[in-house]
Design a protein around this ligand. Structure first.
Ligand code: AMP
Length: 409
């Protein structure tokens, strides 16, 4: 189905064409018409699926079709879990909105004063991370009484970040008559608790092939001893000629140290983590986007939302903690239908953890080894026999048995 099937303005269709979106992605096919029909939605969508445009396009269409007189009032609020995703969504709104409609992004790490001034001047759309937004709400410096569209992007991640406690305060600020659009890669019960507080009528939307994004990514797993991961990474980058590589590290310190080491070897490498201030983060990302940095060693703050075209390879130098993070990490490559490659390094200790990731992600990957870097040594011995019973909760049956014994004494 082409974009021309949607009831979008000709100016929007032109901008879509200029952006080179030839046809809607599966999630856009489903979501755009429903948003235009003013439905509340709970969409299951991975990053990289084109989900941002699936809400931006219809919202822009409706805002532009129904312009209000006088000073601009905030009519759409989008919350995202990271500063980077907020900036990207705000940039996309800016691109698609007619010039006279304004978008403001509100994120921590940048000057509060400038953001408040921008809001006070009047704007139509606010894209925000929740921490900074609540700071402004508490100062009573923002008015959400005219909100028509509320978007919660990457709801599962927002709730992981402790946003749940703040949601109640935010809901009080908005009119109850509004359209709610919620996006999340997963909907475990804790997320459903909050989505139902936001809307009780939201339609569930998913794409038949939910794994579409992930399927355009070749996933590999390589066994290697922990101390050989650095040399193996060098070897792979040198021999496979990956254009741009995003390497996930387990800690900020590890990201910093390995980036320094790789620069010494002559690679164009940088670290990306939350200890960098916002200006440094923006600068590093720009270098990576412009292909001036080839290897980015990042912690999980880069796993979500980063929209960098052309990441040819994602490496899990350290495995992510959760299967969910695994999907988000690898989703940084193979964006919008392009091919991508994701490689995970595992050793004896991380075998079990990787098996769990495979099970939850419904994948089964063949273990590979690379000549010269083969995994040495033995797997640590597993404790044998039944699990220790100390502290084990008694089952109902146990209790009945004990009671019966007592009664028979
Ligand atoms: P998202 O999942 O929203 O982060 O989008 C991932 C990437 O896909 C972004 O670079 C978008 O600009 C791009 N994109 C979104 N929709 C389309 C489309 N219909 N065709 C091609 N690329 C798209």
């Amino acid at each position: 189905m082409p974009f021309s099937h949607f009831n979008l303005s000709s100016s929007l269709k032109h901008k879509i064409q200029v952006k080179n979106f030839t046809k809607p992605t599966p999630i856009q096919e489903k979501v755009i018409p429903l948003v235009l029909e003013k439905k509340d939605l709970m969409a299951k969508a991975q990053t990289g699926s084109g989900k941002s445009a699936s809400f931006i396009l219809p919202i822009v269409n409706m805002l532009a079709n129904d312009e209000k007189e006088g000073k601009a009032k905030i009519r759409a609020l989008v919350l995202t879990p990271t500063r980077e995703l907020t900036s990207q969504v705000a940039q996309d709104f800016e691109y698609f909105l007619p010039k006279r409609l304004k978008v403001v992004s509100i994120i921590g790490g940048e000057q509060l004063g400038a953001q408040m001034t921008a809001i006070q001047k009047g704007c139509d759309v606010v894209v925000a991370t929740s921490g900074r937004l609540l700071e402004i709400i508490r100062k009573d410096q923002i008015n959400f009484s005219r909100i028509e569209f509320f978007v919660l992007d990457e709801a599962d991640k927002m709730l992981d970040l402790g946003f749940a406690e703040e949601l109640e305060l935010l809901l009080k600020e908005m009119p109850s008559q509004r359209q709610n659009l919620m996006f999340s890669a997963t909907y475990p019960p804790k997320v459903l608790n909050y989505t139902s507080a936001i809307s009780s009528t939201a339609l569930e939307v998913g794409v038949d092939n939910e794994e579409a994004t992930v399927q355009s990514i070749t996933q590999r797993v390589i066994e290697v001893n922990s101390e050989n991961r650095g040399p193996l990474l060098r070897h792979l980058i040198e021999t496979q000629k990956y254009e741009q590589t995003l390497v996930f590290m387990g800690s900020k310190r590890a990201a910093h140290n390995i980036a320094t080491k790789f620069r010494k070897y002559g690679f164009k490498a940088e670290a990306f983590h939350s200890d960098l201030d916002q200006e440094e983060r923006n600068f590093t990302l720009k270098l990576f986007k412009d292909n001036k940095v080839k290897i980015l060693f990042a912690t999980d703050i880069a796993a979500r939302g980063l929209d960098i075209d052309g990441i040819s390879c994602v490496i899990n130098f350290d495995l992510p903690r959760s299967p969910n993070d695994y999907i988000h990490r690898i989703g940084r490559t193979g964006r919008a239908g392009r091919d991508g490659l994701a490689i995970s390094f595992i050793d004896h200790e991380s075998q079990e953890h990787f098996k769990l990731i495979e099970k939850r992600s419904n994948i089964k990957l063949e273990r590979e080894s690379i000549k010269g870097f083969e995994l040495q040594g033995q797997a640590p011995l597993k404790a044998k026999g039944p699990a220790p019973v100390k502290g084990k909760k008694k089952s109902k049956k146990d209790k009945l048995r004990e009671q019966a014994l007592k009664d028979n004494k």
